[in-house]
Design a protein around this ligand. Structure first.
Ligand code: MG
Length: 380
């Protein structure tokens, strides 16, 4: 990634380059080393390439729609819990906090974090599973892959071409997410960090939401070593907390404990390795993540959440209904493409009606999906 570091960068500018030279560690991704964009653009006078990518994602319609998409819990359960938008913001802020201490590129981190979930269909992972099942003969459906389709083909910002024309690094970072289980993949440290921050955020906020919604009690959660540890440490500092403030403090501590662990563990590891460049770190096999001890405890917590929260009867029935409705609506469009909006009918001629129907549904918010489903069923 350092092929341009000796010469004038084609995508960055002096202000950004100077700032990054003063702040970033050698193993961070420097803007001036970016491989640039598919369609070359002149550097911006004061924003770096990753800042521009972040802003393009922030101003996209797919990003705004995250506010209408559920993370784990549906809008019918109230308005306290996280949406996919607030989850995304928690991931971004957690990743930036850690990234700043590790002296990584915060602009790149933020762009990757804001983008990481924009491909999610309505009704979270259940929506994804429903689409993946019907799409299996046509290549399947993955929210991570769909995020790339959105930023490359479906967002319209420029008259001359579709897509947001993002940098190679942001696109590659999202592409890495689609191959999560491939052990031989190598990613920039910023990409790895966003991945780890995603898990930090959902472990903490799903615990919080589940308690607040009454799906589990703090008492039950103390089966889990990590929660027991948080309760004990909170009580050491504040012995007189009421039940309500105890669970709030436990969740805050759960975030803080994970972030502190990630910082201490990775600062130590990175100090020992002396990486000389982003490429050096990326190809070394080193992974940013929690310490092995915390990783074990997180696994236990996630196992508990899976059993007692994600598979809670209240959620299972919502999911089953959503699953069936999504597949029904997909079937309606496939049977009769003229029911799609005009611009998507045209696109269906190029990419196939099955794929187009899945993409159209995947772009919907939970609410828009419900309204459309009702309309389509009644006018059938
Ligand atoms: Mg996420």
């Amino acid at each position: 990634m350092s092929i341009m570091s000796e010469s004038q960068s084609l995508v960055s500018n002096a202000v950004v380059d100077e700032r990054e030279a003063a702040l970033l560690a050698p193993y961070a991704m420097f803007s001036r080393d970016s491989l640039g964009r598919r369609r070359p653009e002149n550097p911006h006078p004061y924003r770096g390439p990753f800042q521009r990518d972040r802003d393009r994602i922030l101003h996209s319609s797919a990003y705004r729609r995250l506010s209408g998409k559920m993370q784990v819990f549906t809008g019918e359960m109230g308005d306290y819990h996280r949406t996919r938008l607030t989850h995304t913001q928690e991931v971004a802020t957690t990743a930036r906090t850690i990234g700043r201490v590790l002296r990584l590129n915060e602009d790149l981190i933020e762009a990757l974090a804001l983008m990481h979930d924009i491909g999610h269909p309505p009704y979270g992972h259940c929506g994804e599973d429903a689409l993946d099942e019907v799409m299996r003969p046509f290549g399947g459906f993955s929210h991570n892959r769909f995020a790339l389709t959105i930023v490359e083909e479906m967002e319209y910002r420029y008259q001359r071409h579709p897509g947001l024309n993002l940098t190679a690094e942001v696109l590659a970072g999202q592409a890495d997410r689609t191959e999560k289980n491939k052990s031989d993949r190598s990613s920039l440290l910023e990409v790895q960090l966003v991945d780890a921050a995603d898990s930090t955020a959902y472990d903490a906020h799903d615990t919080d939401d589940a308690v607040k919604l009454g799906l589990v009690t703090l008492e039950q959660l103390q089966e889990v070593a990590l929660i027991r540890q948080c309760v004990e440490q909170v009580r050491e500092h504040y012995s007189d907390l009421s039940e309500r403030f105890l669970s709030k403090a436990v969740v805050h501590h759960l975030v803080n404990l994970q972030v502190t662990d990630m910082i201490e563990h990775n600062v130590r590891e990175l100090r020992e390795r002396h990486f000389t460049s982003a490429t050096d770190a990326m190809t070394s096999g080193f992974r940013i993540g929690p310490s092995p001890e915390l990783a074990d405890k997180k696994r236990e917590l996630e196992g508990f959440l899976f059993q007692h929260v994600y598979r809670h009867p209240k959620l299972i029935s919502v999911r089953q209904q959503a699953h069936d409705k999504i597949q029904t609506l997909w079937g309606i469009y496939v049977e009769d493409p003229s029911r799609l909006p005009k611009k998507y009918q045209l696109r269906a001629e190029q990419i196939g009606i099955q794929v187009m129907a899945a993409h159209y549904i995947a772009g919907m918010t939970d609410r828009f999906f419900e309204d459309t489903y009702r309309l389509m069923i009644h006018s059938r």
